[in-house]
Design a protein around this ligand. Structure first.
Ligand code: SF4
Length: 237
């Protein structure tokens, strides 16, 4: 087993990550599973997450990885249904991680929904705080982010130290393009959220996700009335 990487050996971690630039996502995942037995994965059941779940189902130890979804209470029904479809197809159970307050409790406290007035606070309460709790006790987590998605993600490494949440972050698709993800899904008949075929290339909560044209940026439909392009999970401090 290789040495453990953390924020005390960032140079060595960067060297290692550079070596993974030419590796397949499966090779990156395999390394991570072996070296971080407590590794976990967050998925919003997007195309990238479904591709990774398909890969994990075929890797030794892949089905033992704890997978969770941040169930904000505002997800599309089609997204929620992905949990059962994933279990049936890949034999992987995805745990729903929920905020401390239900949508009804939060909206009662604020006098209504706040996604239209203060989406940063809404994302903090319904995504970031639950993520912090979900990552507690884990040495590493897997995400489906790609560099070509947003400016914050453009600097993502295959393996990096997540200084925001204090653990190793594994981004096996960091160096893949949207076209490569689509190709993998097509070749491997990966199941995916049907909303992707209805004008939603990027799917988040229903109040903050809108249909876009095929030629639009894939995240153009997220938080339409705001400059916001990230919920905050992948923003480096
Ligand atoms: S994406 Fe929208 S509804 Fe979901 S947590 Fe963020 S602001 Fe709230």
């Amino acid at each position: 087993m290789a040495a453990k990487y953390n924020n005390n050996n960032l140079v060595q971690l960067r060297d290692l990550s550079d070596k993974f630039e030419k590796s397949t996502p499966q090779e990156i995942l395999s390394w991570a599973i072996v070296n971080y037995p407590t590794i976990t994965m967050a998925t919003a059941f997007g195309a990238e997450g479904c591709a990774i779940l398909s890969m994990l189902s075929e890797l030794p130890g892949g089905k033992d990885v704890r997978i969770f979804n941040l169930d904000t209470g505002y997800q599309f029904p089609e997204t929620i249904e992905m949990r059962d479809r994933i279990a049936e197809r890949y034999g992987i159970d995805v745990e729903f991680v929920r905020p401390e307050e239900t949508v009804e409790q939060m909206q009662a406290r604020f006098g209504g929904p706040i996604y239209g007035t203060n989406p940063d606070e809404c994302c903090r309460l319904r995504k970031i705080e639950p993520l912090k709790r979900a990552l507690s006790g884990h040495e590493a987590w897997i995400t489906g982010i790609r560099r070509d998605q947003t400016p914050d993600r453009a600097v993502a490494e295959p393996i990096e130290w997540d200084s925001r949440f204090g653990l190793i972050k594994v981004n096996p698709l960091a160096h893949w393009t949207r076209a490569e993800v689509r190709a993998y899904i097509g070749i491997n008949d990966v199941i995916y959220n049907p909303l992707h075929d209805r004008g939603y290339p990027s799917i988040g909560c229903w109040p903050c996700t809108h249909q876009v044209a095929e030629t639009d940026d894939e995240r153009a439909g997220r938080w339409l009335s705001f400059a916001k392009v990230e919920c905050g999970l992948h923003v480096k401090p």
